[in-house]
Design a protein around this ligand. Structure first.
Ligand SMILES: [Zn+2]
Length: 336
């Protein structure tokens, strides 16, 4: 990664630093950034995801965003790879989006489609698993081998961290904690099951369930939690049910995997101890014969996804040779 020094005037900087493009593709927008090895953002942009225009339009927008970020990068930076993260079932090893309801993808070889057009190594991963990877490498679970990262926002999903690596699962669907059915005969979830954690404990569900109970327009989840703290009976009931649902899912996970730390990320993490305190108490109460691990909130906060996408990009440098496609170590190699 050095520039042609013969073209530089005497005394000018002769070195070029490597950088990656981190791309977080959601159903609403594509957020991209050029990031250096130490996590500094050089440039960033956000464009709408043209889901209604079809698969080709979304892929073209991704390619155009990468090209625009490459052009916008500072002259001393050389973009060496791209990391793309998105929700759904992600086959990271094959580079294929198996299914993403939000973006309209099914069995799309997104890694090859983008790599062929931008001429750079490309890595892909699930958005929450990438955020969990970042939290495990750089954030609240740094140095912790056994942890669970739970992203609570519009929905709920988790990254299972074991042995310091994030688990993808057989079909790229590990970590769907939000769809554990924990309330028997409970409310019907968008997924078709009843009593899913997500139906009670996501930020969207808290807002919706409070509005239904109070007969008011939806309040943001953090306001519902704050109202519960002020003695609002409906907010206390709705938040209490959310804590029970989430607590049951976490207790199940703890008994199976024995993590030493649980990290809450996503928008709900902003509630801080108003969320983690009741959650720890609920888990403690229901575990009886063993202690629950501490529950903390994300250190990387809103940057977790972007930092994770950058880690995926750095890993793509190691897996871009034709022989290396068979092994899947994007989440296990330390790039920093
Ligand atoms: Zn569900």
């Amino acid at each position: 990664m050095t520039t042609d020094v013969t073209a530089l005037p005497p005394g000018a900087a002769a070195t070029s630093a490597a950088a990656v493009i981190a791309l977080d593709v959601g159903g609403t927008s594509i957020k991209g950034a050029v990031e250096t090895a130490d996590g500094t953002i050089d440039s960033r942009m956000e464009v709408p995801t043209p889901v209604a225009d079809g698969v080709n339009a979304v892929v073209s927008t991704i390619v155009a965003t990468i090209e625009a970020l490459r052009t916008a990068a500072s002259p001393h930076l050389t973009v060496v790879s791209v990391g793309i993260i998105f929700p759904g079932a992600v086959d990271r090893a094959a580079g294929v989006a198996r299914y993403s309801a939000n973006i309209g993808w099914r069995d799309l070889p997104i890694r090859r489609l983008v790599a062929d057009r931008v001429g750079l190594p490309v890595g892909i991963d699930h958005d929450v698993r990438a955020a969990g990877l970042a939290e495990a490498r750089l954030g609240a679970a740094r140095g912790v081998d056994e942890a669970l990262f739970v992203s609570i926002g519009t929905g709920i999903a988790a990254a299972v961290v074991t042995g310091g690596s994030v688990v993808s699962g057989a079909d790229g669907m590990a970590g769907e904690l939000g769809h554990l059915p924990v309330i028997p005969e409970g409310e019907t979830c968008a997924c078709g099951l009843r009593g899913c954690v997500e139906t009670y404990a996501s930020a969207a569900s808290l807002a919706r369930r409070y509005a239904a109970g109070a007969g008011t327009p939806p309040l943001p989840a953090e306001d519902v939690i704050a109202q519960a703290g002020r003695g609002d009976v409906i907010a206390q009931r709705v938040f209490g049910e959310a804590v029970v649902a989430l607590g049951r899912a976490l207790v199940g996970y703890i008994f199976v995997m024995d993590p030493s730390l649980i990290v809450i990320g996503g928008g709900m993490a902003a509630a801080g101890s108003a969320l983690t305190g009741p959650l720890e108490a609920e888990m403690e109460r229901s575990m009886v014969w063993r202690q629950a691990p501490p529950v903390v909130t994300s250190e990387l906060k809103g940057d977790a996804g972007r930092r994770g996408a950058a880690l995926v990009a750095w890993s793509a440098l190691d897996t871009s040779s034709p022989q290396s496609g068979a092994h899947d170590n994007a989440s296990t190699e330390d790039q920093t």
